[in-house]
Each structure stands twice: as structure tokens, then as C-alpha cells.
Design a binder for this molecule. Structure first.
Ligand code: SF4
Length: 473
């Protein structure tokens, strides 16, 4: 059953850009600054590029200094309780700026703002927030900011704008101010249909909507022409790309189309769901020479009982067979994963199943999380009587094992020559540059700063749990 796509008409997008110009004219000459503070995942980083793009079109210079920002935007994440608490702490701390400069504008947006309970809390207890809107409203940020500035007036915080609808949209032509000039995010889809029982994403970001392949390919081409060399295709579940589109395209086909763009660049993607990671995908990865030999394949648990409770739609055996297929097609594959420890009802036996699976697969790196209860998700209602100390002890054991595996795999890289893309500065002792291998391994090296943005052949001379160290040849 095709999903409903609600596309924002090009005229509507044009209206938003007209608002940007109108605001710029109304605010008059003089320097103005805006800051965007981002929490959470790459999807949010990508949304922040749009926020900055719009702010620039309104005439704001982007700053990291909240003391001088006329507009402070906090782009929030709802995936973990800890991140949410940090947002509230940091937003609360902005009251000192509002006391001295009541004319300044504080915006809270992103996933947290999609929750009605959170919006009520912000209305009641975070009076310094002038505008609060959810992720579905991102495309009309200029219109909302203009309304806020109008109701806000010059006197300060008397009236505020709160906006969040459930209209799941696909918008093209969003302006973007990208960070850096080497690596770029490219959102290919939004939302998720999977409803893993611990995850809030489908409730805040809505159901899956893919962008048309022609729009994605055109944006990829622009990035390559602008000199970007590392493009990461983003979506909550990129492997289901294409569902609901009126064209015969899937993620493997999209990879091939992007791979056909002339130029020396790399294609990455995240995140993949094991249930949708098929042989067709691995065949396309093997065939596309620009596709990085890396897959982030979140396993979450190694226990069939817990995987079922999580609604992940695969078993431990199925996951292992997906890994086996992937490695058959791409022998040099770098495999990374996410694991949740302490899901409600997890026993020691369940945990040992996870530990054994991760040791069997040997992930290059693992992102390990302690389960975070998200109100509104099914798992939040389930009894969770494992003592915190027991969960912490399991987490520590898993981390120790993961680190040992990473260190061992990194050690095996010593003496090899690898091609890397030098992507920035490193603060690692005498190593001043950072770079990534095709598989995404971090390599620190030495050299002049003007090497940033260039490919290099590097001999790996040393390693630790988290990175490799090398000499440029
Ligand atoms: S696949 Fe599951 S964990 Fe990932 S975003 Fe969708 S619901 Fe959340």
C-alpha cells in the first residue's frame, strides 16, 4: 500500500524565501547574528543546515557565541532522556541573556517540540522560549520566525508562537548552509515505519517519505560539483528508500545512480535496518566503486526474545546470515553497530546472548546505550525491575569486550597502506590532521593544513581502540 506523500508546492517554498527577503529588509541594515545549537543524530545536523540556510537568507551571520546571537535556535533530540534533560538545562540557562536583552529571540525546535506534553512544559516553565515548532514545520521556519518577531515586538517577551502539526511533508528546494567543504549530509528520506517498541522517532518524525530519486541525484551532483568528496545519504532506514514513490527505484538503484555521477568522491549511508539489508543492496555496494565499504547495521540485542519484544523483525540467526552475506560481497567491509543494554525484562541470559553475538561478529566499533525509557512508546509501559547497578555492570562488560575487539581489529591494520580522505584538524598529540579510510576508520596523521580536502595514501604505523595513526606516503 503506497504511503501518502504530501509535497510542498514550489510556490509555497518560494513564499518562504520571499519571507526571508522581507525580514531582511524589515530588520534593516547592520550586523545581526544567529546561532543554531544541535542535539542528536545526523538527521538533526542536516536539519540544522537548513535552519542556518534560512537564517543566512534573512541576513543573519552565523555565530557560535550565544552572548552575541540575536536569534538562538536550539534544535532538539527526543531519543534519549539524558539529551532531553541537557536541552532543558541549557535552554533554562538562556534566561540570563533574555533578562539583559529581552529583544533577543529563543527558538526551540526539533523532535522534542513535536510532543504536546513538552510544548506545554515549555509554555509553562520556559518563558524564555519565544518560538517552539516541531520537525514537520521546518520548511516554514521563515514564516514562523516572522510571526514571532511581529508578536514579540521590540519590548520583549509578551506573546509567543507554538506550532506543531502532524502533516508529514516532503519539501524540495530548502536552502542549506553546510558545515565545512569536504563532507556533506544528503537527506534522502524522512520518518520511519518500523515502530521499534523503544523508539520515539516514528511518533515525532512521522512515517517514511522518500524524496524523488531525480531530486536526490541532482543534489548529489551539486555537492560533487561544489567539491564535496564524502557524501552521506541519510534516512532513519535507508534500505526501504523508494517505497511509496511513483517510480521504480529502491536504495540499490539509488546508489547506482549516484555512483554514476562523474568525480572522485565517496558515498556513505546511514542508518540501515537489518531486516531490509538485502543481497541486492550488498551486490550494489560491491559493484559501485564510490560506495564506501562500510555498513552501520544496528543489532540492538543478540537475544531472540528481546529482539521480538523490540519489534525488530529479525532473529539472531537472520542477523548473522545478513552479516555473512555482506562480507561475502564486500570482503573488506567495516561493520559497526548499536546495542541497547537493559531493555525491560532483559535477563542475564539475554545479555550473554548479546555479548556472544557481538564477539562472534567482531564489530569494528559499537555504539552501546543503556535503555532510555521514552514516554509514548510501548516499552515505556513495561515493567523494568532490573536494578540499575546490574544494568550498569552489563554495560561495562559489553563496552570492555567491544573495546578489546576494536583494538584487535585496529592492530591488524598496522603496516597496511590505505587511501584516506583528509577531512579536518586533529588534536591528538603531535598528529594534527584527521582523515577517514573508505571503511570510515579514523586515521590521525601529520602534515600541512592545506592537505584538508585531499586524498592521500597513508601507511598505518600505530593504533589504539578508537583510531589508527599513520604517515602520509
Ligand atoms: S527503525 Fe526502529 S529504532 Fe530506527 S528509527 Fe525506526 S523505529 Fe526507531
Amino acid at each position: 500500500m503506497p504511503l501518502e506523500r504530501r509535497e510542498i508546492a514550489p510556490e509555497k517554498m518560494k513564499e518562504q524565501m520571499d519571507v526571508c527577503r522581507r525580514l531582511q529588509a524589515a530588520l534593516g541594515p547592520g550586523e545581526r547574528f544567529a546561532m543554531v545549537d544541535t542535539y542528536g543524530c545526523q538527521q538533526n545536523e542536516s536539519d540544522s543546515e537548513v535552519l542556518r540556510g534560512y537564517l543566512r537568507a534573512m541576513g543573519y551571520a552565523i555565530t557560535d557565541d550565544e552572548e552575541k546571537a540575536d536569534v538562538i535556535v536550539v534544535n532538539t533530540c527526543a531519543v534519549r532522556e539524558h539529551a532531553q534533560m541537557r536541552v532543558f538545562g541549557n535552554v533554562g540557562a538562556l534566561s540570563h541573556i533574555k533578562r539583559v536583552h529581552p529583544e533577543r529571540i529563543v527558538v526551540l525546535c526539533g523532535c522534542m517540540a513535536q510532543s504536546e506534553a513538552i510544548r506545554e512544559q515549555v509554555k509553562r516553565s520556559y518563558r524564555m522560549v519565544d518560538l517552539c515548532f516541531g520537525p514537520h514545520e521546518l520548511w516554514r521556519f521563515p514564516e514562523l520566525l516572522e510571526r514571532t518577531i511581529r508578536v514579540h515586538g521590540l519590548s520583549g517577551n509578551t506573546s509567543r508562537v507554538f506550532e506543531a502539526t502532524d502533516t508529514e511533508t516532503v519539501a524540495e528546494g530548502l536552502p542549506r548552509a553546510r558545515d565545512g567543504s569536504v563532507k556533506a549530509w544528503l537527506t534522502i528520506m524522512n520518518g520511519c515505519n518500523n515502530f521499534c517498541t523503544y523508539c520515539i522517532v516514528p511518533y515525532v518524525r512521522g512515517r517514511e517519505r522518500s524524496r524523488r530519486s531525480a531530486d536526490v541525484v541532482a543534489e548529489a551532483r551539486e555537492l560533487v560539483e561544489a567539491g564535496y568528496k564524502d557524501i552521506t545519504l541519510l534516512g532513519q532506514n535507508v534500505n526501504s528508500y523508494g517505497r511509496g514513490l511513483n517510480e521504480d527505484v529502491d536504495f540499490a538503484a539509488l546508489l547506482r545512480k549516484i555512483n554514476a555521477i562523474p568525480g572522485d568522491f565517496r558515498i556513505r549511508f546511514m542508518t540501515s535496518h537489518p531486516k531490509d539489508a538485502t543481497e541486492t543492496l550488498f551486490a550494489a555496494m560491491a559493484e559501485c566503486e564510490k560506495c564506501a565499504p562500510h555498513i552501520h547495521l544496528p543489532v540492538q540485542s543478540g537475544s531472540d526474545r528481546i529482539l521480538k519484544a523490540m519489534n525488530r523483525h529479525y532473529t539472531r540467526e537472520k542477523y548473522l546470515s545478513v552479516v555473512e552475506t555482506a562480507r561475502r560481497y564486500i570482503p573488506e567491509l567495516v561493520l559497526t553497530t548499536d546495542v541497547i543494554v537493559g531493555f525491560p525484562g532483559e535477563t542475564e541470559e539475554d545479555f550473554l546472548d548479546t555479548l556472544r553475538l557481538t564477539e562472534e561478529v567482531e564489530f569494528d566499533s559499537m555504539f552501546t546505550f543503556i535503555y532510555s525509557r521514552r514516554p509514548g512508546t510501548p516499552a515505556a509501559e513495561w515493567p523494568d525491575d532490573t536494578p540499575r547497578a546490574v544494568i550498569q555492570e552489563r554495560f561495562d562488560r559489553l563496552l570492555q569486550s567491544a573495546n578489546a575487539v576494536s583494538a584487535r581489529l585496529h592492530k591488524a591494520q598496522e603496516g597496511k597502506t590505505v587511501r584516506v580522505l583528509i577531512d579536518g584538524l586533529s588534536k591528538n598529540g603531535e598528529y594534527n590532521l584527521s582523515s577517514r579510510t573508505g571503511g570510515g576508520r579514523l586515521v590521525h596523521l601529520r602534515g600541512p593544513e592545506d592537505l584538508i580536502g585531499q586524498w592521500a595514501e597513508v601507511k598505518i604505523t600505530d593504533s589504539n581502540t578508537f583510531a589508527l595513526f599513520g604517515e602520509k606516503l
